[in-house]
Write a protein that binds this ligand. Structure first.
Ligand SMILES: [Zn+2]
Length: 217
């Protein structure tokens, strides 16, 4: 082969080789940019339609201490997506989700367990709570006037009256709890028998426990 043709072939091989590599690079970088649904995100970056009453960012909780530096709701992306879908269903009926707690670092779980070592109300940090996995939320509902719906007990009421199985409640309270539970279950969550406010994302039960802390701006 004459030297010129040989060089041309070499250049063409180089050109097509590079351009196909470049195409591959574009493709793989798109794949890399696709965010896994298990990544931790801040709910407020996805929706402004929630009411926040983050109890552990105040001293108004059973720990009697402010254990979060700020009132943010961090969750895994898939939990956020399911929660927004549930909130959209509530909004159609004139209600909104009020948040008490979302992701909870494992170190806070340990503090809670020291005070309430009862797995009916606080998960043993050795196993970890679904809150530590970014798949659980503690919630209630507010009506169109922003008034909290009557669920029969306050949040974190550690007694039988907070149970889904407790029946000595007014018709209205029973119906409110049932409404909350129905919509949450329809959107991929499980209820928790001893706490009307607690919901676990069904696909989030096996995710890794985390102890990461979020930055407060
Ligand atoms: Zn909970």
């Amino acid at each position: 082969m004459p030297k010129f043709i040989h060089s041309l072939c070499f250049l063409m091989t180089l050109f097509f080789g590079l351009s196909s590599t470049a195409q591959n690079e574009v493709y793989t970088s798109e794949v890399r940019q696709a965010v896994a649904d298990t990544v931790f995100v801040n709910l407020k970056d996805f929706s402004q339609d929630f009411v926040y009453d983050m109890k552990y960012a105040t001293a108004d909780n059973f720990l009697k201490a402010k254990v979060y530096d700020c009132a943010e709701c961090f969750l895994r992306l898939k939990t956020v997506q399911a929660l927004i879908a549930a909130n959209n269903d509530f909004k159609k009926k004139g209600f909104k989700i009020k948040l008490y707690d979302c992701y909870r670092p494992l170190s806070i779980q340990k503090k809670m367990w020291e005070i309430v070592s009862n797995p009916e109300y606080v998960a043993d940090p050795k196993k970890g709570s679904i809150h530590n996995r970014g798949g659980a939320v503690d919630i209630s509902l507010v009506d169109s006037n922003g008034k909290e719906v009557d669920m029969g007990t306050p949040f974190d009421f550690f007694g039988i009256q907070a149970s889904h199985n407790y029946t000595k409640l007014s018709k209205q309270v029973k119906s409110n709890r049932k409404f909350l539970k129905k919509v949450m279950i329809n959107n991929g969550f499980n209820s928790f028998d001893s706490e009307w406010w607690h919901y676990n994302l069904k696909t989030g039960l096996k995710d890794k426990v985390s102890n990461q802390k979020w930055n407060c701006e």
